[in-house]
Design a protein around this ligand. Structure first.
Ligand SMILES: Cc1cc2nc3c(=O)[nH]c(=O)nc-3n(C[C@H](O)[C@H](O)[C@H](O)COP(=O)(O)O)c2cc1C
Length: 158
C-alpha cells in the first residue's frame, strides 16, 4: 500500500504526531511522511492513501496546507483513500470559560482538510481527528503520540 502523510507544523507538535503515524505503519507499507513545503504535487499520483495534518490556527489549517490542498488537481484523488488530522488546544487546559467556548465553537483544521480532500475526489475513510496540546507551543498531552500511532493503524485497515 502506497501511503503519503503530509503535515505542517510551527512548533513541532504536529510533526511529532505525523512521524508517530508514519513510524507505526512501519516497513510493511510503503509510507512517506513529508512536511508540506517539501511535497511536489506529482507525489500524489499513484497513492492508495493520503493523510493530511495541520496545526489548528484560528480554527483553520495553516496557509501552506490550504495552498497544498488547493493545488491538488480536481478528481485526482478519485479512488484514493484520504484521512485528516490536526493538533489543537486541549479544552481542559484553557482556564477562561469564554475562550474555551470560542475555541470549541470556532471549529478545527481537520474538518476543513477533510472537506477539501473529498472535493478533490478522495474517499474519506475516517472522521477527522484532533490531537491535543496543552499550550500554544505544546507540549502534546500525555498519550497523544501513542493515540496517533493507533489511529494510523486503524486508518490503514479501512
Ligand atoms: C496564532 C495561533 C492560533 C491558534 N488557534 C487555535 C484554534 O483556533 N483552535 C485551537 O484548538 N488551537 C489553536 N491554537 C493552538 C495550536 O493548535 C497549537 O499551537 C498547535 O497545535 C501546535 O502545533 P505545532 O507545534 O505543530 O505548530 C493556535 C495557536 C496559535 C499560535
Amino acid at each position: 500500500m502506497k501511503v503519503l502523510i503530509v503535515y505542517d507544523s510551527v512548533f513541532g507538535n504536529t510533526e511529532q504526531i505525523a512521524q508517530a503515524m508514519g513510524n507505526s505503519l512501519g516497513s510493511k507499507e510503503n509510507v512517506e511522511t513529508l512536511r508540506v513545503n517539501d511535497v511536489k504535487i506529482e507525489k500524489i499520483t499513484g497513492l492508495d492513501l493520503l493523510i493530511v495534518g495541520s496545526p489548528t490556527r484560528a480554527f483553520r489549517p495553516t496557509k501552506a496546507i490550504t495552498n497544498f490542498l488547493k493545488r491538488i488537481p480536481t478528481n485526482s484523488l478519485n479512488g484514493v483513500k484520504v484521512a485528516a488530522f490536526d493538533t489543537r488546544f486541549s479544552l481542559s487546559s484553557i482556564k477562561s470559560s469564554a475562550i474555551r467556548f470560542i475555541v470549541k465553537t470556532g471549529g478545527y483544521a481537520a474538518k476543513s482538510i477533510a472537506n477539501r480532500l473529498k472535493k478533490k475526489g478522495g474517499d474519506l475513510i475516517m472522521p477527522p481527528e484532533g490531537f491535543l496540546v496543552t499550550g500554544e507551543e505544546g507540549p502534546l498531552k500525555k498519550g497523544e503520540l501513542e493515540r496517533a500511532a493507533d489511529w494510523a493503524k486503524l486508518v490503514i485497515k479501512e
